[in-house]
Design a protein around this ligand. Sequence first.
Ligand code: PEP
Ligand code: MG
Length: 541
Amino acid sequence: MTRLLGKAISGGLHKGIARVIDSTQLVVDHQTISSSDVDSEWQRFLSAIEHIIKDTKGLLDDLSLAVSDQEILNSHIMIMEDPEFHKAIENSLSKDLVCLESALNKHFSYMVEYFKSMEDEYFRQRADDYADINERLLTHLTGKSNSDLSNITASEIPVLNEVIPSQIISLFNNKVSCICTEHGSETSHSSILARSMGITLVTELKNIKSKIATGDLLLVDGNEGVVIVEPDADTLKVYEIELQEEALEQAKLKEIINLETQTLDGTKISLSVNMELPEELDRIEALNSDGIGLFRTEFLYLETDMLPTEQAQFEVYKKVLERMKDKPVIIRTMDLGGDKFASDETWDEDNPYLGCRGIRLSLLKPEMFKTQIRALLRAGLYGKLWVMFPMINDIEDYNSAMSIVKECVTELESDNIEFSNSNKFGTMIEVPSAALTSSELAEVCDFFSIGSNDLTQYTVAVDRNNSTIANLYKPNHPAVLKLMKMTLNSAKEWGIPVGLCGEMASNPEYIETLLKLGFRSLSTGPAKFAKIKETIRNINL
Ligand code: PEP
Ligand code: MG
């Protein structure tokens, strides 16, 4: 038995048979050609490109891919359509008089090395995309493949030097649920794809191919980054117990989700779920919640190297709204800044949490904001949409945000584009000034949702990410509870709904306090949903 420790990229527990994939460099014949062959080689190039682009578009159609995944495949199409790339191949064919395979290898080897030599981690990882396209083109042209994953089965665990994005998709199609690699990183496109497709991925397993052989039994813990090769009987027993615990947890969850969310004295509580990525929809749907209390949309921006388009966002929001049917879905406009930056939105600020974050950034970049608002207004036709603004300070901020909404409404009307007029608009209460002026805000907002994570950090002046002073970060500090009570009272005064969607609602310790303070609507992370429901059912108000 050998225990390997790697880096946990995408979670899950798995037992399976190793299949070591030989990914030695694809061997191509380097032939010279005569000038009379140039045209036919060029035609082969055009038809290979056309084939792979068609293939890639097929992947885009077939799978219900997340925006991030679509962006990866779209970036591959862009690389293949790039006139500079075509020019480089044309030059190699006509000037160097080499065959198409050689021309492609030369071009892509250069591109891979170029990206690999970059300092920026993000650009280094783009080398994978070029290697991926080269392999697909050469496999198509030569009929050979350097790593045939097409006949891999669901019970096998592929072991590779590294995995490229198109391989993840092909493994996903073969129902493979776990991958182990020697090289990889958190933010590579492959890792993004694995996470979003629910495939367990452990990487940074040093010398993996000398330690694992095809046919070995593997136990993989994607939560801890541990791979056990040929486990002994005791380890297998422990693993089986862990699997059973997970299964028991699932069974318990299934039982609880069908029960009413109410306290022992019969007070009904609305319990919704927070969502980060549309890939979580299946899991969220199964929870039988009262809706989505917070969809943090900034992850749509963080996972890609391009800003998400209006259409791409529209598709995501539409899908979420349709799936949640008549249950309210609170979609929060992008909360970039603080510790979350989109690729082209990085700048230095001394105090990013007190800087250009959330609605402040949206108002500074109205075009970017309008793209999102237009997508939301259009998607509102497909469900019960509540649009929420983050980091609102006061009524002035809220009115500024709403004036952009009005501009978008006017634009959509004049463009004859269908949109919904019945969406609700509200604000997060997560900045003390908003809580303190919540009575004014409640008069104009359709709803409130308290962001206890930020409300706590701004009230007690403790950075929510600072572990040194984590003991001072108290969501149940009397000052925070006072601001919450103030907000609850303002909402009551103006008759608008108010909920709480911060992490406090995912912590069983705080539930009784929150309910006794007056909350009747909470939104929790999906993993804690059952636990919180169980906690509520054991409280007597
Ligand atoms: C919060 O601040 O409580 C909240 C829900 O927003 P985020 O954690 O995304 O800042
Ligand atoms: Mg917040």
